[in-house]
Design a protein around this ligand. Structure first.
Ligand SMILES: [Zn+2]
Ligand SMILES: [Zn+2]
Length: 109
């Protein structure tokens, strides 16, 4: 059995977890740190496939951190915890890809 949790990002610059998503998926995945105003983008790589039972999928607010799936491009990704998955894995509930997530600092203008 696994548990899904909404994604939460830690600012790569100051370490704050007070990070919000300021744009919309049709545009870009830029996130902003509300402490130091650093901007960064999440990037995912596919590392496997989830084949077990999915528990209930949590509701997420649109300003919550999110990221695009490396395989299907959907952005219904959740942190996944459970015996059958290594720590720090992210699951795409649209295509069930298991992903790792990395934050890339956005380049200044
Ligand atoms: Zn910051
Ligand atoms: Zn996917």
């Amino acid at each position: 059995m696994i548990a899904l949790a909404p994604l939460s990002f830690t600012c790569p610059k100051c370490g704050s977890t007070d990070v919000f998503y300021s744009c919309s998926p049709s545009c870009c995945f830029n996130h902003v740190c509300s402490r130091c105003y650093a901007t960064f983008e999440p990037q995912t790589s596919r590392v496997g496939e989830f084949t077990g039972e999915l528990g209930p999928i949590p509701e997420v607010d649109t300003t919550c951190p999110t990221a695009p799936c490396a395989r299907c491009g959907e952005y219904r990704l959740f942190a996944v915890a459970g015996d059958s998955v290594p720590p720090d894995r992210v699951l795409c509930v649209s295509c069930r890809a298991l992903l790792t997530l990395e934050l890339i600092e956005a380049k200044g203008d």
